[in-house]
Design a protein around this ligand. Structure first.
Ligand code: PMP
Length: 427
């Protein structure tokens, strides 16, 4: 019998390119039929065939409280009843700006947008407008959304599909983007030495989560800060994924580095489309209508989306929220590591706050090149075995995973039992 998932995927492919509205969802990397979900509650998702899954994707990060968290749903319902969009300023946006600037001390001003892509694209334009320079530096395997000049050796779906520089990106545009190795202090220092005065911005995922999970070496982030200061370049921390995921002060709080601009998304919308970019006042004041750098959005600061974000951000401030989230995530990664070890599988795992990486390799990778050496075939076997068991991992070996505050001991125990059977298939 054909499952409803399968039938929906077949029909979707007729009308939607690849059957999906974002490439990684198509299971291109792991093979097989993508799962169509119809409902989520807490740590669980149900597919169209009514099969439940313990969810470790969390909509790629936003679902930090678990799915359909009652207070967030109520905030959305109340906001929706008052009007879906006004295209004019609202008091709620001010409340959101106040909260973001309080929680992220490097943000003196902030502007809301509707996605992470818009946030990074706008931050780069602003950095270029502010410095009057064109060149930017990014790191191989980092993904910063799909603006042309950031789709160069990018991570996430761009890695999965082996299409690091997308067709349709003009060579002249890509030429303004220099790509260096993540965690390579010498490469960064050398580049600044030769063309530091031409660099508008360095953009980085302070914990890389789009080539599996790569933790930063502290000296890497510090070198970036020092070099940008010395050369008058703008340091942009792309915290679309790490923001409010690794701690209440984001990755910059965790590692004690103050960027000039920060981009946010995912968690700050609580599952609704919200992004933000903000930072130094002297830079932010270059934005229209104050300054010459144009940026705008019909739905920017949308009242329903902002209501979801605000309700989420308020709940994240509960005492020990991040201690509990981090320790539950560590329980998962430590548990998986020890099950694999018992079974003689070459595997390791690590976490930062509520995000984690799983690697079919002896030690955690520190660069794109090392990620590429992990055993992708073993990951794919493991992924499908876990899916059969009712555990939904990111459908690619190049994505970080996420634990929510709704995941408890019961879900972790069930996941580790499933993993024991899944590892047996990998063997
Ligand atoms: N930056 C980072 C670090 C991301 O992880 C993502 C999305 N995964 C983006 C930017 C783009 O965000 P969006 O998909 O909301 O456009």
């Amino acid at each position: 019998m054909t499952s409803r998932n399968q039938a929906l995927f077949e029909q979707s492919q007729q009308l939607i390119p690849g059957g999906v509205n974002s490439p990684v969802r198509a299971f291109g990397s792991v093979g097989g039929t993508p799962v169509f979900f119809k409902r989520g509650k807490g740590p669980i998702l149900w597919d169209e065939d009514n099969k439940p899954y313990i969810d470790y994707v969390g909509s790629w990060g936003p679902a930090i409280l678990g799915h359909a968290y009652p207070k967030v749903v109520k905030a959305v319902q109340e906001a929706a009843a008052r009007g879906l969009s006004f295209g004019a300023p609202t008091a709620r946006e001010l409340e959101m700006a106040e909260l973001l600037c309080k929680l992220v001390p490097s943000m003196e001003q902030v502007r809301l947008v509707s996605s992470g892509t818009e946030a990074t694209m706008s931050a780069i334009r602003l950095a270029r407008g502010f410095t009057g320079r064109s060149k930017i530096i990014k790191f191989e395997g980092c993904y910063h959304g799909h603006a042309d000049f950031l789709l160069v050796k990018a991570g996430s779906g761009a890695l999965t599909f082996g299409n690091p520089s997308s067709a349709g990106v003009p060579a002249e545009v890509a030429a303004q983007t220099l790509v260096l190795d993540y965690n390579d202090v010498a490469g960064l220092t050398e580049t600044f030495k030769s063309i530091g005065s031409e660099i508008a911005a360095v953009i980085v995922e302070p914990v890389a989560g789009n080539m599996n999970l790569i933790a930063p070496k502290p000296e890497f982030l510090q070198a970036m800060r020092d070099l940008c200061t010395q050369h008058g370049s703008v340091l942009i921390f792309d915290e679309v994924m790490t923001g409010f995921r690794v701690g209440l002060g984001c990755a910059q709080g965790l590692y004690g580095i103050k960027p000039d601009l920060t981009t946010l998304g995912k968690v700050i919308g609580g599952g609704m489309p919200v992004g933000a970019f903000g930072g130094r006042r002297d830079i932010m004041e270059k934005l229209a209508p104050l300054g010459p750098v144009y940026q705008a959005g019909t739905l920017s600061g949308n009242p329903v989306a902002v209501a979801a974000g605000l309700a989420t951000l308020k709940l994240l401030q509960a005492p020990e929220f991040y201690e509990k989230l981090s320790s539950m995530t560590r329980k998962l990664t430590d548990g998986l590591t020890s099950v694999a070890k018992e079974m003689g599988i070459t595997f390791c795992a690590q976490s930062v706050g509520g995000m984690f990486g799983l690697y079919f390799s002896a030690k955690a990778p520190t660069s794109y090149a090392e990620v590429m050496q992990c055993d992708k075939e073993k990951f794919n076997t493991f992924f499908h075995a876990m899916l059969d068991e009712g555990v939904y991992l990111a459908p690619s070996a190049f994505e970080a995973g996420f634990v929510s505050a709704a995941h408890g001991d019961a879900e972790i125990t069930a996941t580790l039992e499933a993993a024991r059977r899944a590892f047996a298939k990998v063997k």
